[in-house]
Each structure stands twice: as C-alpha cells, then as structure tokens.
Write a protein of this length. Structure first.
Length: 237
C-alpha cells in the first residue's frame, strides 16, 4: 500500500473517516478484464480489416468508449468511417460475448471484501463507463461468485448527464444509496476514476490492477494507492 497522505495508515478509522459507502469502478478494479480488452481489440481490428492500434489508443478507447473509435481508424480509411463503425459494433459484440464469458474473472479478494462490507452494513455501489446493454455481461463474473446481489446500485454511462471524469455518475450512485458523497470511498484503476472521485468530494483509492501505473495515479492525488482491492480487506478490519 502506498498512502499519499504522509501517514502510515492502518485503517480508514485512523484517518478519521466514517465510511458510509464504498463505490467501485468495474473494469480493472473488480474484474480482471483489461488484458482481455487488448486481446479483444486485436481480434476486432483484424476481423474488420483495420491495422493494429497502439496500446495508448486502445487505453483511450477503454476510457472514452465509442466516442474514441475514430482514433482507431487510419486517415486513409476515414471516408468509410460510418461503415467501419457499424462493422466494429457488430463484430465487437460477438467477440466480447465469447471472450468475456470465457476469460474474465473477479480479482482475488473481491468476494471476501464484499462479504466484509455487508457484515459492516456498508452499502456497495459500482460506477462504470459501460453502456447499459453491456453491464449484465460485465457483472457476470460477480454473479458467478454469488456476490452480485451485494450491490446496492450500479451506475452506467446513461445514468448521469456527464460521464467520468465528471463527478455526476458518482453523485447519482450516492443518491441512490442515500449516502453522503463526502463519506464515500471511490476505488478505481484509472486516473479518470481519481479525478471523478476527487471532484465528488469522495476519498479516492487507486489500484494497480488496470489501466494506469503508480506514477499516473499519483498525479491526480488519491488518498492512497493499493496493489489491488484485496488490500482493502485489512483496512476495514
């Protein structure tokens, strides 16, 4: 654990926080999907005849979703952009359905953490930049572990007027859980998560299991950075 407050923190109580709720990002935070996304993208681009994309471009697509798809299309193919986007969506759905089901699992420690939070009567929410039509597929790894029912609220991209890094979806999640945003923890693997959580006045926790490395997360000033969500288990004991 790397604590950015300058204090060797053993629990959230030691930083004087009364936790009313814990909110999580989904991809790269609760489910080990980021490596699968890169393999999925390779398959999709190859299938529809596009060249391989740099990792940075794929990462941006994962953060921004379909709004970033034009960056995957080389300049000489922009005249076919609409056609390529349609092909991308059709092929992407097929590839994602198969690969997600077969390869994506929850990270180690997530079931134990959810059980602990439930025992402590701390509501759990998810805030993801996932479209509603894809959320159930992404929640399937949690369902297979029997912990999907622990979720008090799941916020997708359509549930707020602005997506992360704006704080709107985090505010919506806290509203549905009837908790004070200032007494929430938000856990995510991307700098976008940290920016959104800080803007919402939440205590932000970065994890190193997804898109961004330690240095990139540090730039946005989270309260702490952990190796994974599994490290949260001891912070609530």
């Amino acid at each position: 654990m790397k604590n950015l407050t300058g204090e060797k923190t053993g629990s959230f109580q030691k930083i004087g926080m009364q936790v009313e709720s814990v909110l999580f990002d989904l991809d790269g935070t609760l489910i080990d999907s980021v490596p699968v996304y890169f393999r999925m993208m390779e398959t999709i681009l190859r299938t529809i005849g596009l060249p391989p994309a740099p990792r940075s471009v794929v990462s941006e697509f994962m953060v921004r979703g379909m709004s970033a798809i034009a960056e995957l299309i080389p300049p000489e193919m922009q005249d076919r952009k609409d056609e390529i986007i349609r092909e991308f969506i059709v092929v992407g759905k097929k590839v994602a359905k198969n690969m997600f089901h077969d390869e994506v699992e929850v990270f180690h420690g997530v079931p134990e953490l959810f059980s602990l939070l439930m025992d402590l009567k701390i509501p759990i929410g998810i805030v993801t930049s996932t479209e509603k039509e894809n959320i159930e597929r992404k929640l399937a790894p949690l369902d297979r572990k029997g912990i999907k029912q622990c979720l008090g609220a799941v916020i997708g991209i359509e549930d707020a007027p602005r997506r992360k890094p704006a704080p709107d979806p985090l505010f919506e999640c806290s509203r549905r859980l009837s908790v004070d945003p200032g007494k929430c923890i938000y856990v995510g693997d991307s700098h976008v998560d940290i920016v959104a959580g800080n803007a919402a006045g939440m205590v932000t926790v970065g994890v190193l299991t997804g898109l961004d490395d330690l240095e990139r997360l540090e730039e946005e000033g989270p309260a702490m950075i952990l190796d994974s969500v599994n490290d949260l288990n001891r912070l609530f004991r």
